[in-house]
Design a binder for this molecule. Structure first.
Ligand code: NAD
Length: 351
């Protein structure tokens, strides 16, 4: 057996339907008495309702969370936090809102309760990506990880289907890379495999029954597992490529992940036995099975549809080779160029 380190899982998790009502109890458990409730402008009403339910436990609301955690938004949020005399934050929303909660918590040393409403999976991690003058920097630190996460299936029932599908495939990408991560351990691997089973079982039926609580519960359960795995291991080729295509060519983050995943997984399944249990889940082919899942779920399949030109693929493969990073299978520029070509055309890998 390969030696491993299991660092433990430090975040308390409350999972169920209607669990939002337990937010007050969870705050008291942390010893907090003045929580600043964070949302995006779009989820403002949900934040106000939660603050009302919390009564004296709420110090106020701040509804300006934005994609990629811009530092100027964090500065305004810190002013609001200080002015309200807050002693903790409650982040109600997707990865953007949870990112803002992390940015405040790491600067003020306060506790956080994260209440995710998408499957993106920031809530269980010690990772914070922030943007300043258009530049994104990412760091890891124990002070960034939320103390408590409340998963409430009811909050996900109205998450638009297209966003749900992309968000779930984004989560699946964390699970796939966690399995062959250089610092993987048996617990993150077990979690990742069960996450992939849950997502595979639930995602294709979502479009037919978007408000089915059983389907939503399975997806949220899968999202929890994916986020946990992401929070304890390093990511490889897939995340690097998604970052290059998304960042350097301004392609939408979730679509890019969803489209690339079958292709990066296909490339790596031929380089590591670690993905063999994933192949079992996906009918013998990780890349082919993930592509079938994406197609059956109505996910985007072609980078060409995002507006990326074929000529951009040369530059993307050059940029992708600039930095060294761990990957179970070695690659050169031609490998990356071929992988991107397949993703650009939307071909089923393994075909
Ligand atoms: P998001 O948080 O930006 O949300 C997108 C929009 O959907 C927002 O307007 C939001 O208010 C709305 N929304 C959220 N939940 C909803 C719901 N249930 N119903 C209706 N509308 C809803 O998007 P996201 O995909 O959750 O997060 C993406 C961000 O998270 C990216 O910046 C990404 O880098 C980050 N992320 C970080 C980590 C990490 O570990 N640091 C992990 C994963 C993602």
């Amino acid at each position: 057996m390969t030696p491993f380190v299991f660092p433990g899982i430090s975040t308390r998790v409350v999972f169920g339907e209607g669990t939002l009502a337990q937010t007050g109890d969870e705050l008291r458990r942390l010893g907090a008495s003045h929580a600043l409730v964070l949302t995006t402008p779009e989820q403002d009403a949900a934040g106000e309702t939660l603050a009302k339910q919390l009564g004296d436990l709420a110090a106020g609301t701040f509804a300006e969370a934005a994609m990629h955690t811009p530092v100027e938004v964090t500065a305004r949020a810190l002013d609001a936090y200080d002015a309200a005399g807050a002693d903790c934050v409650v982040a109600l929303g997707g990865g953007s809102t949870i990112g803002l909660g992390k940015a405040i918590a790491t600067r003020r040393g306060c506790d956080q309760v994260a209440i995710p409403t998408t499957y993106a999976g920031s809530e269980m991690t010690d990772i914070l990506g922030e943007t300043e003058n258009g530049e994104k920097t990412t760091r890891r630190d124990p002070s960034i990880r939320p103390e408590t996460v409340i998963y409430d299936v009811a909050l996900t029932l109205d998450l638009p289907v297209d966003m749900s599908v992309k968000s779930a495939l984004n989560a699946a990408a964390h699970a796939v890379e966690a399995i062959y991560a250089p610092d993987a351990n048996p617990v993150t691997t077990l979690m990742s495999l069960d996450a992939l089973r849950a997502i595979k079982a639930a995602l294709p039926d979502l479009r037919k029954s978007p408000r089915d609580a059983q389907i939503r519960a399975r997806l949220l359960y899968g999202a929890w597992l994916c986020s946990t795995a992401l929070g304890y291991v390093a990511m490889s080729l897939h995340h690097k490529l998604a970052h290059v295509v998304g960042g350097s060519f301004d392609m939408p983050h979730a679509n890019t992940h969803a489209i690339l995943l079958p292709h990066t997984a296909h490339f790596n399944e031929t380089g590591t036995a670690a993905l063999d249990p994933v192949a079992e889940i996906f009918g013998g082919s990780v890349g082919g099975g993930l592509w079938d899942l994406a197609e059956a779920s109505g996910a985007p399949l072609r980078l060409a549809d995002l507006g990326l030109s074929e000529a951009d693929l040369d530059r993307a493969s050059e940029i992708a080779l600039k930095n060294e990073y761990e990957n179970p299978r070695p690659f050169d520029q031609k490998d990356i160029r071929d992988l991107l070509q397949a993703a650009w055309e939307g071909r089923r890998p393994d075909a």
